[in-house]
Ligand binder design. Structure first.
Ligand SMILES: NC(=O)c1ccc[n+]([C@@H]2O[C@H](COP(=O)([O-])OP(=O)(O)OC[C@H]3O[C@@H](n4cnc5c(N)ncnc54)[C@H](O)[C@@H]3O)[C@@H](O)[C@H]2O)c1
Length: 316
């Protein structure tokens, strides 16, 4: 029986993807090294629900050192999400981790997928490949951070392996939020800066930077369609955005409204590699995958907040 292989299965998005594929009756094999870049306990908690399924198994291994040929079978679909995400940590010596976990690990996945005859690889790329371009109407790849460069390099590797006959679909995710969001990401930090405690939100710049926000269940939906649809010959990457645009300042107000509390904020200068605006062009994605994002920002933030409150309550 063929399986859905999910790299980064214990991470924020990978854990939701695992649960959704299990719900659809798939046999799911996860790969994750529980990288301590952020608390591995959070990752254990992320996959605790998937772990209850008989159809789920996980390899606690690093892609770079494991033997993938023992896991991959012809007909499998690989959802390759494992990476060192995060723009800010990719500067300076942090770039070595981006190269290892993004570029080298992705090349290893593509090579192993080609050799093992897997049916398709769905690769989690990023809006960071667009860089500073305001509306990316031209969809030109021009990253402004080392992280963006690493994802652009992975996309180029995808082109190379596609030429060799591997079926690869690249998905450019736009700022994803929702339950289990990584602790380094803005919305998670904003809620923590509103909950009782001492955590303060480090606000970079004046709050006017705009993002296209995507609720995690919408990202997962598009990713599963990309794994299962007939996409023979499609080489163009898919923008996956939630159809919601808001500035950091607007999100801060929404968080205060939802929590009924004032945020504790520290003001910091704008960060290098942080684009002023991101806007997804989802027409091609919606038409080709027959998919549409359905979660509004307030609704998604509320679900995010409720889940964060529950996990804080259960850990105290
Ligand atoms: N969260 C977002 O807003 C966003 C936006 C654009 C793209 N992406 C991409 O989506 C994917 C998932 O992001 P996320 O936010 O869920 O991140 P995450 O850090 O929560 O998940 C990534 C997982 O990969 C694992 N991993 C890393 N290197 C590994 C290796 N060498 N071997 C095995 N496992 C390894 C980590 O332990 C982690 O659990 C990443 O590729 C990221 O670049 C995310």
């Amino acid at each position: 029986m063929s399986s859905s292989i999910i790299t980064g299965a214990a991470g924020f998005i990978g854990s939701h993807l695992s649960e959704q594929l299990l719900e659809l009756g798939e046999n799911v094999v996860g790969i994750d090294n529980f990288d301590p870049w952020y608390d591995p306990k959070a990752k254990e908690s992320n996959i605790s629900s998937a772990m209850k399924h008989d159809s789920f198994s996980i390899f606690n291994e690093n892609i770079l050192s494991m033997d993938l040929s023992e896991i991959l079978e012809p007909g499998d679909v690989i959802y390759h999400l494992a990476a060192r995400p995060g723009v800010q940590d990719s500067w300076g010596s942090g770039f070595a981790a981006s190269v290892e976990n993004n570029v080298l690990a992705t090349q290893k996945i593509f090579q192993a997928a080609l050799t093992s005859g897997v049916r398709r690889v769905v690769f989690a790329s990023s809006s960071s490949v667009y860089g500073a371009s305001a509306t990316n109407e031209l969809k030109s790849v021009a990253p402004i951070s080392p992280y963006g460069v690493s994802k652009a390099a992975c996309e180029q590797l995808a082109d190379v392996y596609r030429e060799r006959g591997l079926d690869i679909i690249a998905m450019r995710y736009f700022t994803v939020y929702g339950p289990r969001q990584r602790p380094d990401m803005a919305m998670n930090r904003l809620f923590r800066a509103a909950l009782p405690g001492t955590f303060r939100f480090p606000m970079r710049g004046n709050g006017s930077q705009r993002r296209e926000f995507t609720f995690v269940k919408d990202i997962v939906g598009a990713t599963i369609y990309a794994g299962n649809s007939n996409l023979q010959g499609v080489a163009e990457p898919f923008d996956v955005g939630g159809g919601v645009s808001a500035s950091l300042g607007e999100v801060m107000s929404l968080v205060e409204e939802i929590t009924g509390r004032s945020l504790r904020v520290d003001h910091e200068p704008s960060a290098a590699g942080d684009p002023l605006i991101t806007v997804a062009s989802t027409e091609f994605t919606e038409k080709t995958l027959n998919w549409k994002p359905t979660t509004g920002l307030r609704e998604g933030l509320l679900e995010h907040y409720n889940s964060l409150r529950e996990s804080v309550a259960s850990s105290t």
